[in-house]
Write a new protein. Structure first.
Length: 104
């Protein structure tokens, strides 16, 4: 199984996708989309019987467009920061997305 989820501790994901953020936007967000913690994904995967579970963060994922008008204006700045974060050690914890792999 492979999953690709937004990282709850990434500041940009929190700002744009967390309902507790003053900049939260529902535009383009699915009803079941939510930010997740890497440790929570790991624990659930182990609990439901997956083995060889690996969960890690990635950065450097740029976006071409967003539905939000404010997001569109700020997108070039985000993409520059996201690319820069991809080369920093901080991305191992604060990367924008969580990649999880597990075998059954």
């Amino acid at each position: 199984m492979l999953s690709y989820d937004p990282n709850k501790i990434n500041p940009f994901m929190w700002l744009y996708r967390d309902p507790s953020s003053p900049f939260f936007s529902k535009i383009g967000k699915t009803d079941n989309e939510r930010l997740l913690y890497a440790q929570d994904i790991y624990e659930v995967m182990k609990r439901v019987g997956y083995t060889h579970v690996d969960t890690h963060c990635i950065s450097g994922v740029a976006f071409k467009t967003l539905e939000s008008q404010v997001g569109k204006i700020l997108l070039p700045i985000y993409n520059i920061i996201e690319q820069f974060m991809g080369i920093l050690p901080l991305s191992k914890k604060y990367g924008s997305f969580l990649i999880c792999y597990g075998e059954k």
